[in-house]
Ligand binder design. Sequence first.
Ligand code: SF4
Ligand code: SF4
Length: 187
Amino acid sequence: MAPTPDETILDDDRDVLQLSADENSSLCTGCTRCCETVCVEIDAPRAPWEYDQWVWVLHHRNLEIYVEKPERWFLHIETRCEKLDHAGRCGIYETRPALCREYDPRNCERRAPLSDVSAWFRTAADLERWLAERRPSHWARLLAHREARENASAKAVPALVQIAAAAAHEPATRLPGVAARGAQPER
Ligand code: SF4
Ligand code: SF4
């Protein structure tokens, strides 16, 4: 639940930088959510390899992706700021980054749910399901991309085996500047 601060602060039209530490604190009483996540905007994927990359990312713990309308993608990382103390206060309040100072808790997503979020992927399966349902042509291209890569790898393996086999029969003396182990220098 979002905290319920003094209503007069919510209607206040002062800039966020003019709010006092107490006023800021009252807006966030009992909540430290902002200090426990990191969100970074990423390029909206289009190519199959890009979708494949984000599916891979979503196989990792604490990484999620969400999409805001019309088409802004964000990587959401669940990670607690090391400067947040055990009492839920900023340990570097006076010298905290500008990004922290300039975030206005009056517009907090917990107080007014983000209406612009059109999709949220907590797992790779979420993204794959969404692609299959909402962007079937992109999903088909991703599947084709994976199949093509798999076929390419299957062809590459015998070729590598042949190269390795050929190299094993090559006399070591053929390597430039390197004498064969145990070979005696010519006199
Ligand atoms: S701005 Fe909102 S989400 Fe962030 S810490 Fe304050 S109350 Fe929590
Ligand atoms: S620096 Fe302070 S305000 Fe900023 S995220 Fe860390 S604990 Fe929160």
